[in-house]
Unconditional design. Structure first.
Lengths: 388, 385
C-alpha cells in the first residue's frame, strides 16, 4: 500500500518557512550550476557560429591564431592559385587575404582600456561571411581610411559612434558604418580596408587567408597539398574548427571553476536538505508510528520521505533554473586569453542544461533525504507510538 | 560564564543537526575563503608593482613592437635612472596547455630592474656568459622538474621555429607576492636568429621598463617619454607598472565580478542553512521561551539566547573553515599553478571570513528571535512539541 503523494506535498506546505529556506539554498546552487553551463554554452555557440563549415582558413604554421600569424604575399599567391578555391559566376575567386591586429580602446563608463580586434578586409570578406550585415551607414570605400564597427563594439566602447574617428597608425580613421554579425564573434570587431591597414601598420604580410572550398569533401586533399608544399609554412583548418579551438582554453577554465564551485556549494545545500528532513522525521515520530500501525509498510514510509526530499530538491531546481533562464537577456564581454581580444557573448540555454540542472537538483534532494528516510522507515512501531 | 554554558548546552541538544550545520558553515567559509583568494591573487600583480617602475609600450596596442633605438633616447630623458626591455615570446613548451610567461630580455638590466627576483651571483654570471642561457622562476622550475644545465625547447608561435635554451639559473622571489613563474632569456639570441630567419623583424622590442630616480616624478617622466615620440611611426604610451597591470585586469573584470558574485552566493546559501536550523530550534522551544518569560526574563535575555546560540554555531564552523583554508589553498594553488602564479591566503581574506560568519550568525537569528519574543506567553505554553 502506497502513501499518497499529497501527504508529502502537504508536509512540505505545513512547514512553509523551512521548506522555502531550504529550497532557496538549493535554488542558489542550481542557479550557479546552470548559469556557468549556460556561459560555456554561450561562448562556444558564439565562436562556432562565427565560422562556416565550407570556409577554410590558412595561417602561419604553429601560430595558433590570426593575431600571431603572418603569411607573406608570395605564399598568399600560391594559396590563391590552388584549384580547390571556389570560383564565382563572375570568374572571381572566393578568397580574401586579411590582416588582423589589435588596438586599444577605452571602454564606456571609464572602466579602463581593452583590446579590440581590427580586421583589414576586402569587399569579398562580406560574401564569405553572409552572417555579417550592414545595419547603418555604408561600407567603407576601398582604398580609404574608413572603418565600420561591429554592434557590440559600438555598444561597449567610447569614440566609435558613426562619424567619429579613431587615431592609430598615424592616421585618422572615420567610422562610416555599423554592422551586425548575428550571434558571432565578428560583432566584437572593427573592419577597414586591408591594404590601407597594412600600410598604416607597416606590415608587409597578411595575417590569414580565408577561402571557400569548391567541394565540401575536398578538405583533406587541399590540406595535404598545401601543407606538403615546400614553399609554404602554413596550417590550414576549417573555419568552424579554428574558432572552436579559440574558445577551448576559456571554456575549460570556466568549466573547471564552475564544476568545483557547484560541487562545494551543493555540499552546503545537501546539508541544508538533510537538516530539514531529519527534523521533519524527528517531529513526526508519532505520526510515523500511526502510519505503521495502520498497516503501511516500511518501504512506503521510506518512499514517502524520499518523495518529500525529491520534491524539495525539484522546487529548488525549478526556482534556480527559472532565475538562471533570466540570465539569457544579459550578455557578457571579456577578453579571450587565447586571442587577447574582447569578445561578447551571452548565456545560452539548451535542453541538455535544463535536464542536467534538474537532475542535479533531484540528486541533491535524494542525497539529503535518503538517510533521514531510512531512519524513518526503521522505526519500531511501539517505540514510535510511545514517543508522542 | 554561566550564560556560555547554557548556550553550549542548547547548541548541543540536537547533536546531529548542530554537527551538520557546523559542517555546512565550514564548507561555505572554506569556499568563500578560496574564492576571495582567487580574487586577491588576480590583483596580486597590482600589489607587487614597484612605485618607480614605468612601462613604455606602443600606443596602438601591446602587439605592436617598438624599435630598440628608443632605448638610448629614453635613457637621456630627465629623471630616468635605467632602462631595460622585455619582449613577450609566447612559445609553447611541449604542449599548448603548459602555459607560462616567457620574455626575451636584456638580462643584466632586467635583473637590476626587477630587484624582487633573486638569482644567485654565480648563476647570474653563467647566464651572462651564455647567449642561449635562460632563467626560470623557482615554481616554474619545480612544476616541470627543471634543473640547472637542462636544455629547454620552446616552439615559437610569434617567432617561428624551435628555440633551444639552456637553463642557467633559477630565481627566487624576495617577497611573498613576487611572481615565481617567469621564464626569461637573452633578447640578443632572439634578435640574432631573427636577422637570419626573418629579416625585417629584427631590432624590435615589446616594451621598455624604465626605472625613475624617485617614485615622485613618475608622472613627469612618463609624459616626457611620450612627448619625445609623438608623431613618430611608433608612438609610445608610458604607464606606471600599477596602471599597466590594472589594464590587464580590467580586460578580464567580468570574470572577476562573476567570481565575486558567486562568493557572496555561497554566503547566501549558508545563511539559508543556518537560518533554517535556528528557525527549527526556536520553533521547538517556543514553550520553553514562554516559561522563561513567565519567570520574568525580559525579551532581551530570550533574544540573547537565540542570537548567542546562532553565533556559537557559526563561529565554530568559521574556525574549522579558516583552519582548513590554508592546507586546501596550498593544494589548490598547486593544481591550478598554470593559471595562478602564487596562491597565498591573505589576512584580509581571514577578516572577511570572520565578518561573513558574524553576519550570517546575526541574520539567521533575527526571524526566530522575533517569533520567540512576540509569541504571547499563553500561546507559547499551549504549544506542544
Amino acid at each position: 500500500m502506497k502513501i499518497p503523494l499529497s501527504y508529502s506535498i502537504r508536509n512540505l506546505w505545513t512547514r512553509r518557512l523551512t521548506t522555502v529556506i531550504t529550497a532557496t539554498g538549493m535554488a542558489l546552487v542550481v542557479f550557479v550550476f546552470a548559469a556557468i553551463l549556460m556561459l560555456v554554452q554561450g561562448l562556444q555557440q558564439t565562436l562556432v557560429q562565427t565560422g562556416s563549415e565550407d570556409n577554410l582558413i590558412v595561417i602561419r604554421r604553429a601560430s595558433g591564431s590570426e593575431v600571431q600569424s603572418s603569411v607573406d604575399r608570395y605564399q598568399a599567391s600560391i594559396v590563391e592559385a590552388d584549384p580547390a578555391v571556389s570560383i564565382g559566376t563572375d570568374g572571381e575567386r572566393f578568397l580574401v587575404k586579411e590582416i588582423v591586429v589589435l588596438i586599444t580602446l577605452q571602454k564606456k563608463g571609464g572602466s579602463g582600456p581593452s583590446s579590440v580586434t581590427i580586421r583589414g578586409v576586402t569587399e569579398k570578406s562580406l560574401k564569405l561571411r553572409p552572417q555579417v550585415k550592414l545595419i547603418r551607414g555604408r561600407l567603407p570605400n576601398a582604398g580609404s581610411t574608413e572603418i565600420m564597427v561591429g554592434q557590440s563594439v559600438l555598444r561597449r566602447f567610447d569614440g566609435v559612434a558613426m562619424g567619429e574617428s579613431l587615431r592609430f597608425g598615424t592616421r585618422d580613421w572615420t567610422v562610416v558604418g555599423v554592422f551586425d554579425a548575428g550571434n558571432s564573434g565578428f560583432n566584437s570587431e572593427i573592419w577597414g580596408d586591408s591594404d590601407q591597414l597594412m600600410q598604416a601598420f607597416r606590415r608587409p604580410a597578411y595575417s590569414s587567408i580565408l577561402f571557400r572550398l569548391r567541394d565540401h569533401n575536398e578538405f583533406d586533399d587541399v590540406k595535404a597539398r598545401l601543407q606538403s608544399d615546400p614553399r609554404l609554412t602554413v596550417d590550414i583548418k576549417r573555419e568552424v574548427r579554428y574558432y572552436e579551438e579559440q574558445s577551448e582554453m576559456m571554456a575549460k577554465f570556466l568549466r573547471i571553476l564552475g564544476i568545483s564551485i557547484t560541487v562545494i556549494f551543493s555540499l552546503g545545500a545537501i546539508i541544508g536538505a538533510m537538516i530539514t528532513m531529519y527534523t521533519s522525521v524527528a517531529n513526526r515520530v508519532g505520526e510515523i508510528g500511526t502510519l505503521r500501525a495502520l498497516g503501511f509498510q516500511r518501504a512506503s514510509i521510506l518512499g514517502a520521505f524520499l518523495v518529500e526530499a525529491l520534491l524539495l530538491g525539484l522546487a529548488g531546481g525549478l526556482a534556480g533554473l527559472i532565475s538562471a533562464s533570466l540570465m539569457r537577456f544579459i550578455s557578457i564581454s571579456t577578453v579571450n586569453f587565447q586571442t587577447f581580444s574582447e569578445l561578447e557573448f551571452s548565456f545560452a540555454l539548451n535542453l541538455e542544461i535544463v535536464s542536467l540542472a534538474l537532475a542535479f537538483s533531484l540528486i541533491m534532494g535524494f542525497i539529503g533525504g535518503v538517510l533521514p528516510a531510512i531512519r524513518a522507515s526503521r522505526m519500531n512501531i511501539v517505540d514510535a507510538l510511545r514517543e508522542s | 560564564m554561566y550564560v556560555l554554558k547554557i548556550l553550549f548546552k542548547n547548541a548541543l541538544r540536537h547533536k546531529l543537526r548542530t554537527t551538520l550545520t557546523v559542517v555546512g558553515i565550514t564548507i561555505a567559509i572554506l569556499a568563500f575563503g578560496l574564492l576571495r583568494t582567487v580574487i586577491t591573487t588576480w590583483y596580486m600583480g597590482v600589489e607587487a608593482s614597484a612605485a618607480n617602475r614605468l612601462w613604455t609600450r606602443n600606443s596602438v596596442s601591446l602587439i605592436f613592437p617598438l624599435p630598440i633605438a628608443y632605448k638610448d633616447k629614453i635613457r637621456q630623458v630627465e629623471g630616468v635612472k635605467s632602462v631595460s626591455h622585455a619582449t613577450w615570446f609566447g612559445g609553447i613548451y611541449i604542449d599548448e596547455k603548459n602555459f607560462f610567461a616567457q620574455f626575451a630580455v636584456e638580462p643584466k638590466t632586467y635583473m637590476e630592474a626587477f630587484s624582487e627576483y633573486y638569482t644567485p651571483p654565480e648563476q647570474k654570471a653563467a647566464l651572462l656568459r651564455d647567449r642561449k642561457g635562460a632563467v626560470a622562476g623557482r615554481k616554474l622550475a619545480q612544476r616541470y622538474g627543471w634543473k640547472i644545465g637542462d636544455t629547454i625547447i620552446l616552439k615559437g608561435t610569434i617567432y617561428p621555429g624551435n628555440w633551444e635554451f639552456v637553463l642557467r639559473g633559477i630565481y627566487e622571489g624576495t617577497r611573498k607576492d613576487a611572481d615565481e613563474t617567469v621564464f626569461f632569456f637573452h633578447w640578443d639570441y632572439l634578435n640574432e636568429t631573427l636577422k637570419k630567419t626573418s629579416p625585417g623583424r629584427e631590432d624590435l622590442v615589446g616594451s621598455f621598463i624604465v626605472i625613475t630616480k624617485s617614485p615622485d616624478i613618475v608622472a613627469d617622466v612618463a609624459q616626457r617619454i611620450d612627448s619625445l615620440f609623438k608623431n613618430s611611426l611608433a608612438e609610445t604610451l608610458t604607464e606606471t607598472e600599477k596602471a599597466f597591470v590594472l589594464g590587464f585586469i580590467s580586460m578580464s573584470d567580468t570574470i572577476i565580478t562573476a567570481i565575486e558574485l558567486v562568493s557572496f552566493v555561497v554566503i547566501a546559501i549558508i545563511l539559508a542553512v543556518v537560518a533554517n536550523t535556528m528557525a527549527m530550534t526556536a520553533r521547538e522551544r517556543i514553550g520553553e521561551y514562554a516559561i522563561l518569560k513567565t519567570l520574568g526574563f525580559g525579551w532581551f535575555k530570550i533574544g540573547g539566547l537565540i542570537f548567542g546560540e546562532s553565533m556559537i554555531i557559526t563561529m565554530m564552523g568559521c574556525a574549522f573553515g579558516i583552519g582548513l583554508t590554508f592546507p586546501i589553498a596550498d593544494a589548490f594553488g598547486e593544481a591550478m599553478g598554470q593559471y595562478f602564479p602564487a596562491f597565498n591566503v591573505t589576512l584580509e581574506t581571514i577578516y572577511m571570513d570572520i565578518a561573513a560568519s558574524i553576519l550570517v550568525g546575526l541574520l539567521a537569528a533575527i526571524i526566530p528571535s522575533w517569533h520567540a519574543i512576540t509569541t504571547p506567553v499563553a500561546d507559547g505554553l499551549r504549544r506542544i512539541g
